[in-house]
Design a protein around this ligand. Structure first.
Ligand code: SF4
Ligand code: SF4
Length: 239
Protein backbone atom coordinates (compact mmCIF):
# COMPACT_ATOMS: atom_id res chain seq x y z
CA UNK A 1 0.00 0.00 0.00
CA UNK A 2 2.80 2.40 0.94
CA UNK A 3 4.55 2.02 -2.45
CA UNK A 4 1.25 2.47 -4.34
CA UNK A 5 0.59 5.79 -2.70
CA UNK A 6 4.16 7.13 -2.50
CA UNK A 7 4.36 10.60 -3.98
CA UNK A 8 5.89 10.84 -7.46
CA UNK A 9 7.40 13.91 -9.05
CA UNK A 10 6.90 14.55 -12.75
CA UNK A 11 6.60 17.41 -15.21
CA UNK A 12 3.47 18.32 -17.16
CA UNK A 13 4.16 20.74 -20.00
CA UNK A 14 7.42 21.66 -18.31
CA UNK A 15 5.88 22.37 -14.91
CA UNK A 16 7.07 20.23 -11.97
CA UNK A 17 4.23 18.64 -10.04
CA UNK A 18 3.82 16.09 -7.28
CA UNK A 19 1.29 13.27 -7.56
CA UNK A 20 -0.01 10.23 -5.68
CA UNK A 21 1.89 7.17 -6.83
CA UNK A 22 -1.25 5.49 -8.18
CA UNK A 23 -2.63 8.60 -9.91
CA UNK A 24 -3.20 8.74 -13.64
CA UNK A 25 -1.80 11.52 -15.82
CA UNK A 26 -5.32 12.84 -16.40
CA UNK A 27 -6.04 13.07 -12.67
CA UNK A 28 -2.82 14.98 -12.04
CA UNK A 29 -3.41 17.27 -15.02
CA UNK A 30 -6.90 18.12 -13.76
CA UNK A 31 -5.61 18.77 -10.25
CA UNK A 32 -3.28 21.36 -11.79
CA UNK A 33 -5.84 22.90 -14.15
CA UNK A 34 -4.23 21.50 -17.30
CA UNK A 35 -6.94 20.91 -19.92
CA UNK A 36 -6.95 17.49 -21.57
CA UNK A 37 -10.07 16.73 -23.63
CA UNK A 38 -12.00 13.53 -22.90
CA UNK A 39 -15.09 11.82 -24.28
CA UNK A 40 -15.30 8.27 -22.96
CA UNK A 41 -13.87 9.26 -19.56
CA UNK A 42 -16.25 10.41 -16.84
CA UNK A 43 -15.21 10.87 -13.22
CA UNK A 44 -16.83 8.15 -11.14
CA UNK A 45 -16.87 5.54 -13.91
CA UNK A 46 -14.20 2.90 -14.51
CA UNK A 47 -11.91 4.42 -17.19
CA UNK A 48 -11.37 2.39 -20.35
CA UNK A 49 -9.15 4.57 -22.57
CA UNK A 50 -11.34 3.84 -25.58
CA UNK A 51 -11.92 7.15 -27.35
CA UNK A 52 -8.26 8.28 -27.42
CA UNK A 53 -9.15 11.97 -27.07
CA UNK A 54 -6.96 12.26 -23.96
CA UNK A 55 -3.72 11.13 -25.63
CA UNK A 56 -0.51 12.73 -24.40
CA UNK A 57 3.18 12.50 -25.30
CA UNK A 58 5.61 10.98 -22.80
CA UNK A 59 9.34 11.66 -23.26
CA UNK A 60 11.14 8.48 -24.26
CA UNK A 61 8.09 6.86 -25.88
CA UNK A 62 7.08 7.17 -29.53
CA UNK A 63 3.55 6.03 -28.78
CA UNK A 64 0.91 8.50 -27.71
CA UNK A 65 -0.71 7.28 -24.50
CA UNK A 66 -4.27 7.73 -23.23
CA UNK A 67 -3.82 9.81 -20.07
CA UNK A 68 -6.96 8.46 -18.35
CA UNK A 69 -5.46 4.97 -17.95
CA UNK A 70 -1.72 5.76 -17.79
CA UNK A 71 -0.23 5.93 -14.32
CA UNK A 72 2.42 8.47 -13.44
CA UNK A 73 5.97 7.43 -12.56
CA UNK A 74 8.91 9.21 -10.99
CA UNK A 75 10.63 11.57 -13.43
CA UNK A 76 7.93 11.27 -16.11
CA UNK A 77 7.88 14.14 -18.59
CA UNK A 78 4.44 14.64 -20.13
CA UNK A 79 3.37 16.95 -22.95
CA UNK A 80 -0.37 17.48 -23.26
CA UNK A 81 -0.75 20.02 -26.05
CA UNK A 82 1.94 19.68 -28.73
CA UNK A 83 1.11 20.27 -32.40
CA UNK A 84 1.32 16.53 -33.01
CA UNK A 85 -1.26 15.81 -30.29
CA UNK A 86 -3.56 18.59 -31.47
CA UNK A 87 -3.50 17.13 -35.01
CA UNK A 88 -4.23 13.61 -33.82
CA UNK A 89 -7.08 14.75 -31.57
CA UNK A 90 -8.69 16.62 -34.47
CA UNK A 91 -8.35 13.57 -36.71
CA UNK A 92 -9.96 11.35 -34.07
CA UNK A 93 -12.83 13.81 -33.74
CA UNK A 94 -13.26 13.96 -37.51
CA UNK A 95 -13.43 10.18 -37.66
CA UNK A 96 -16.16 10.18 -35.02
CA UNK A 97 -18.12 12.84 -36.91
CA UNK A 98 -17.73 10.99 -40.21
CA UNK A 99 -18.85 7.62 -38.88
CA UNK A 100 -22.44 8.32 -37.82
CA UNK A 101 -24.92 11.11 -38.25
CA UNK A 102 -23.98 14.07 -36.05
CA UNK A 103 -25.99 16.81 -37.71
CA UNK A 104 -26.39 19.03 -34.65
CA UNK A 105 -29.24 21.15 -35.99
CA UNK A 106 -31.61 18.16 -35.83
CA UNK A 107 -30.31 16.60 -32.59
CA UNK A 108 -32.09 16.62 -29.22
CA UNK A 109 -28.78 17.45 -27.50
CA UNK A 110 -27.89 20.46 -29.63
CA UNK A 111 -26.28 22.91 -27.19
CA UNK A 112 -25.85 20.24 -24.48
CA UNK A 113 -23.45 17.85 -26.16
CA UNK A 114 -19.90 16.98 -25.14
CA UNK A 115 -18.97 15.99 -28.70
CA UNK A 116 -20.13 19.36 -30.02
CA UNK A 117 -18.34 21.20 -27.17
CA UNK A 118 -15.11 19.30 -27.77
CA UNK A 119 -15.16 20.01 -31.52
CA UNK A 120 -15.64 23.71 -30.79
CA UNK A 121 -12.91 23.76 -28.15
CA UNK A 122 -10.38 22.00 -30.36
CA UNK A 123 -11.21 24.14 -33.39
CA UNK A 124 -12.37 21.29 -35.62
CA UNK A 125 -13.76 23.17 -38.62
CA UNK A 126 -14.08 20.47 -41.29
CA UNK A 127 -14.21 16.69 -41.78
CA UNK A 128 -11.67 15.34 -44.24
CA UNK A 129 -13.01 11.77 -44.28
CA UNK A 130 -15.99 10.48 -46.28
CA UNK A 131 -19.22 10.33 -44.28
CA UNK A 132 -20.31 6.74 -43.70
CA UNK A 133 -23.69 7.19 -42.01
CA UNK A 134 -24.73 3.53 -41.72
CA UNK A 135 -28.46 2.99 -41.41
CA UNK A 136 -29.09 2.74 -37.65
CA UNK A 137 -32.42 2.46 -35.93
CA UNK A 138 -34.00 4.45 -33.09
CA UNK A 139 -35.37 2.33 -30.24
CA UNK A 140 -38.18 4.22 -28.52
CA UNK A 141 -39.84 1.20 -26.91
CA UNK A 142 -38.90 2.17 -23.33
CA UNK A 143 -41.62 4.14 -21.49
CA UNK A 144 -39.37 7.06 -20.54
CA UNK A 145 -36.18 6.90 -22.61
CA UNK A 146 -35.01 6.29 -26.17
CA UNK A 147 -31.75 5.43 -27.91
CA UNK A 148 -30.79 6.82 -31.32
CA UNK A 149 -27.89 4.69 -32.50
CA UNK A 150 -27.08 7.24 -35.18
CA UNK A 151 -25.75 9.59 -32.49
CA UNK A 152 -23.79 7.00 -30.54
CA UNK A 153 -19.99 7.41 -30.38
CA UNK A 154 -19.45 4.04 -28.67
CA UNK A 155 -17.92 5.60 -25.56
CA UNK A 156 -19.52 2.82 -23.42
CA UNK A 157 -20.35 5.19 -20.58
CA UNK A 158 -23.88 3.74 -20.55
CA UNK A 159 -22.50 0.21 -20.31
CA UNK A 160 -20.14 1.13 -17.47
CA UNK A 161 -22.64 3.12 -15.39
CA UNK A 162 -25.32 0.45 -15.75
CA UNK A 163 -22.99 -2.35 -14.64
CA UNK A 164 -20.71 -0.48 -12.22
CA UNK A 165 -23.09 1.93 -10.51
CA UNK A 166 -26.64 0.66 -11.01
CA UNK A 167 -25.62 -3.01 -11.03
CA UNK A 168 -28.25 -3.85 -13.64
CA UNK A 169 -25.93 -4.97 -16.50
CA UNK A 170 -28.54 -4.06 -19.09
CA UNK A 171 -26.25 -2.55 -21.75
CA UNK A 172 -23.61 -4.37 -23.76
CA UNK A 173 -21.81 -3.98 -27.09
CA UNK A 174 -22.68 -6.12 -30.10
CA UNK A 175 -20.81 -6.47 -33.43
CA UNK A 176 -17.54 -4.86 -34.49
CA UNK A 177 -16.27 -1.89 -36.47
CA UNK A 178 -18.91 0.14 -38.28
CA UNK A 179 -21.62 -2.33 -37.19
CA UNK A 180 -20.83 -2.04 -33.49
CA UNK A 181 -23.78 -0.89 -31.40
CA UNK A 182 -24.96 -0.77 -27.83
CA UNK A 183 -27.66 -3.32 -27.06
CA UNK A 184 -29.99 -3.97 -24.16
CA UNK A 185 -30.06 -7.45 -22.63
CA UNK A 186 -29.75 -10.03 -25.43
CA UNK A 187 -30.31 -7.48 -28.21
CA UNK A 188 -33.99 -7.07 -27.59
CA UNK A 189 -36.03 -3.87 -27.50
CA UNK A 190 -35.19 -1.69 -24.50
CA UNK A 191 -38.86 -1.66 -23.57
CA UNK A 192 -38.78 -5.45 -23.22
CA UNK A 193 -35.67 -5.46 -21.01
CA UNK A 194 -36.11 -7.50 -17.84
CA UNK A 195 -32.98 -6.10 -16.18
CA UNK A 196 -33.48 -2.34 -16.69
CA UNK A 197 -34.62 -0.59 -13.52
CA UNK A 198 -35.51 2.64 -15.40
CA UNK A 199 -33.09 4.56 -13.17
CA UNK A 200 -32.01 6.81 -16.05
CA UNK A 201 -28.31 6.80 -15.16
CA UNK A 202 -27.28 5.75 -18.66
CA UNK A 203 -29.22 8.69 -20.11
CA UNK A 204 -27.53 11.12 -17.74
CA UNK A 205 -23.99 10.00 -18.57
CA UNK A 206 -24.39 9.80 -22.36
CA UNK A 207 -22.22 12.58 -23.86
CA UNK A 208 -24.34 13.02 -27.00
CA UNK A 209 -27.99 12.84 -28.05
CA UNK A 210 -27.83 9.05 -28.40
CA UNK A 211 -29.66 8.44 -25.12
CA UNK A 212 -32.41 10.87 -24.26
CA UNK A 213 -35.53 11.32 -22.20
CA UNK A 214 -38.81 11.30 -24.01
CA UNK A 215 -41.01 14.39 -23.86
CA UNK A 216 -38.23 16.88 -23.19
CA UNK A 217 -37.50 19.86 -25.38
CA UNK A 218 -33.99 20.43 -26.72
CA UNK A 219 -33.35 23.24 -24.20
CA UNK A 220 -34.28 20.88 -21.31
CA UNK A 221 -31.90 18.11 -22.36
CA UNK A 222 -29.10 19.10 -19.99
CA UNK A 223 -27.65 16.02 -18.31
CA UNK A 224 -26.95 15.78 -14.59
CA UNK A 225 -24.06 13.68 -13.34
CA UNK A 226 -23.54 14.89 -9.78
CA UNK A 227 -24.29 11.41 -8.44
CA UNK A 228 -21.08 9.98 -9.91
CA UNK A 229 -18.30 11.85 -8.02
CA UNK A 230 -20.35 11.35 -4.83
CA UNK A 231 -20.50 7.60 -5.37
CA UNK A 232 -16.81 7.31 -6.19
CA UNK A 233 -15.87 9.17 -2.99
CA UNK A 234 -18.11 6.79 -1.02
CA UNK A 235 -16.40 3.81 -2.67
CA UNK A 236 -12.92 5.14 -1.83
CA UNK A 237 -13.91 5.67 1.79
CA UNK A 238 -15.14 2.08 2.06
CA UNK A 239 -11.86 0.65 0.64
S1 SF4 B 1 -32.13 3.08 -17.01
FE1 SF4 B 1 -30.67 2.38 -15.40
S2 SF4 B 1 -30.94 0.14 -15.36
FE2 SF4 B 1 -31.92 0.86 -17.26
S3 SF4 B 1 -30.34 0.64 -18.81
FE3 SF4 B 1 -30.14 2.76 -18.01
S4 SF4 B 1 -28.63 2.62 -16.31
FE4 SF4 B 1 -29.30 0.53 -16.81
S1 SF4 C 1 -25.38 5.43 -26.10
FE1 SF4 C 1 -24.31 7.27 -25.35
S2 SF4 C 1 -23.24 6.58 -23.48
FE2 SF4 C 1 -23.82 4.74 -24.63
S3 SF4 C 1 -22.03 4.25 -25.90
FE3 SF4 C 1 -23.40 5.52 -27.16
S4 SF4 C 1 -22.68 7.62 -26.86
FE4 SF4 C 1 -21.80 6.40 -25.21
Amino acid sequence: MASRTKVKTLTIDGKRVGARGDATILEVAREHDVYIPTLCFLEGLRPNGGCRMCIVEIEGSNKLQPSCVTQVYEGMEVHTDSERIQNYRKKILQLIFSERNHVCSVCVSNGNCELQDTAQKLGMDHVEYPYLYPHMEVDATHDRFAVDHNRCIMCTRCVRVCEGVEGAYTWDIANRGINAKVITDLNQDWGDSETCTSCGKCVQVCPTGALFEKGKAVAEMKKTRQFLPYLSVMREEEE
